[in-house]
Design a protein around this ligand. Structure first.
Ligand SMILES: Cc1cc2nc3c(=O)[nH]c(=O)nc-3n(C[C@H](O)[C@H](O)[C@H](O)COP(=O)(O)OP(=O)(O)OC[C@H]3O[C@@H](n4cnc5c(N)ncnc54)[C@H](O)[C@@H]3O)c2cc1C
Length: 467
């Protein structure tokens, strides 16, 4: 364990049964799923930025992974992720985005609304919630973990009986000495992307001119003619949940590590530079964009993968492509392998490989348990998978599903005194099914029309009765 700071001298901020580190899509759902099991156990959620959501609110606006891609879409995720979509709907901010970019039908939301939804649910469920607070060290104190945080008040310590690492970068597991692979050590790491949003777009004119197909043609022409040095020819732009606005996944920054502050600084600068090259291209070349401009860059450059913790089980590409449904599965995934990388000639490309057969595989419990861990789980983009399996299983419906399973597993472990790596998985699966998680491929096809989500997202999770 790192134990750089003498934690015995650090003031105690809180003692908690369960500490969740990082309020991204995985961490928020982990904390909610745990707190949703009842008020007997205390749950604390700590986040380094001033708002919840991580990647889901810093830079994106579409949940992928709820539906399988292709002509026979099935909805394969449920439970807390449904509840999030329902609450977004109550705020009037959801539509289904057609399957235009390969990953299947997406659930489009307004990311600023989503911040509010996370905030409100976290408060409703009595979770102790601390923003602007960063984990910087970990030690053991008796049976508990002493987690040292830094915020403007100085160093502060939280003593926790169980910990869920939802930091994306596996900061807790790194500091606590669990083994991991760093993306890029074997296969090239997936590239980094600053997303940007443009306003005052004439979407009718854009669609009349050919929409997505026309955009791809214009990008290719711009690169081939040398007029605009775009890093990608297949970058995407899509309608947002705000009038006359689009959001993009187009910038590509490769070969720089998000775990190295110097390289991350260079990546942020490069991401911003590329964004404005795209702005010039859109304004000059793309019908509908003449009067538009950038109104927002992502809060930070988007990071697809850094540390991937070695778990009790490591998900592999072969398992995904075989469409296995192992007995110890805790959620399903049907997303293709989507690897943002560079080809042999140095050109940016996105490699796609779809799940054959049923188009779905099950993800084993061991992928969210660090090897030999008794009291710790890791969820979200630091879960246990090889590079290519991770490239399939990282959409937000899946990261929320990991959080849901870990939250329930932590409560079960506290109640029954079972170790994380010896948990009775049948009981966890019962709890998952009770709140609406999907563990078997449904027979029925999903309605993926624009408002079709209304038929797809039954929420079995009631709000606390004290409200
Ligand atoms: C550019 C890009 C485009 C993508 N497009 C899509 C898409 O369209 N749809 C989709 O479904 N998926 C998409 N993905 C994948 C998906 O967004 C991520 O895999 C997922 O959001 C990861 O969620 P997470 O909760 O694991 O991590 P994060 O969202 O990264 O959350 C981690 C949280 O932990 C906090 N944190 C980190 N370190 C600490 C610390 N030391 N102390 C306290 N807090 C800490 C962070 O601030 C953050 O809030 C995309 C990813 C990227 C990068």
């Amino acid at each position: 364990m790192a134990n750089v700071i003498n934690h015995l001298h650090v003031p105690l901020l809180a003692e908690t049964d369960l500490l969740v580190i990082g309020a991204g899509s995985a961490g928020c759902v982990a904390a909610l799923a745990a707190a949703g099991q009842g008020p007997e156990l205390s749950v604390m959620l700590v986040e380094r930025y001033g708002f919840p959501g991580g990647t889901s609110t810093q830079m994106l606006d579409t949940f992928y992974g709820f539906f399988t891609p292709g002509q026979t879409p099935r909805k394969i995720v449920g439970g807390w992720p449904d509840r999030i979509v329902n609450d977004l709907d109550r705020a009037g901010a959801v539509f289904l985005r057609p399957n235009t970019y390969g990953a299947g039908t997406g659930v489009n939301y307004n990311p600023e609304r989503l911040k509010l939804v996370w905030d409100q649910l976290i408060q409703q469920y009595g979770i102790q919630y601390l923003l602007h607070t960063t984990l910087i060290d970990v030690a053991s104190e008796g049976e508990r973990y002493a987690c040292v945080f830094w915020n403007k008040g100085g160093f502060q310590k939280v003593l926790a009986r169980r910990v869920i690492d939802a930091s994306g970068d596996a900061d807790f597991c790194h500091l606590a000495g669990f083994a991991y692979e760093i993306a890029g050590q074997r296969e090239p790491a997936q590239s980094l992307t600053t997303t940007f949003r443009m306003s005052n777009v004439d979407l009718d004119e854009y669609e009349r001119a050919g929409g997505k197909k026309m955009l791809a043609k214009k990008m290719k022409e711009a690169v081939d003619s040398g007029r605009h040095p775009l890093p990608r020819k297949e970058g995407s732009a899509h309608e947002m949940n705000a009038q006359k606005c689009i959001s993009t996944v187009a910038v590509k920054v490769a070969g720089l590590s998000a775990l190295n502050a110097d390289e991350l600084t260079k990546a942020e600068i490069e991401g911003r530079r590329q964004s404005f090259i795209y702005e010039s291209f859109f304004q000059a070349d793309v019908p509908g964009f003449a009067q538009s401009n950038i109104i927002g860059l992502s809060h930070q450059i988007g990071v697809r993968e850094t540390r991937r913790v070695y778990g009790e089980h490591r998900l592999t590409k072969d398992e995904c492509l075989a469409g296995l449904l192992p007995d110890d599965r805790i959620f399903l995934c049907g997303a293709p392998i989507e690897d943002h990388r560079y080809d042999q000639n140095g050109a940016a490309e996105t490699y796609w490989e779809y799940i054959p057969g049923s188009g779905v595989y099950g993800v084993p419990y061991g992928t969210i348990v660090p090897k030999n861990s008794q009291h710790v789980w890791m969820v979200g983009r630091c879960f246990s998978a090889t590079h290519d399996a991770h490239a399939s299983c990282r959409s937000m419906a899946q990261t929320m599903s990991m959080g849901q399973a870990a939250g329930l597993a932590a409560v079960q472990s506290l109640q029954s005194d079972e170790a994380a790596n010896e948990l009775t998985i049948a009981r966890l699966q019962e709890d998952l099914l009770r709140i609406g998680a999907v563990l078997d491929i449904p027979d029925d096809l999903a309605d993926t029309s624009r408002d079709g989500w209304k038929n797809n997202f039954p929420s079995r999770i009631a709000s606390p009765s004290s409200l």
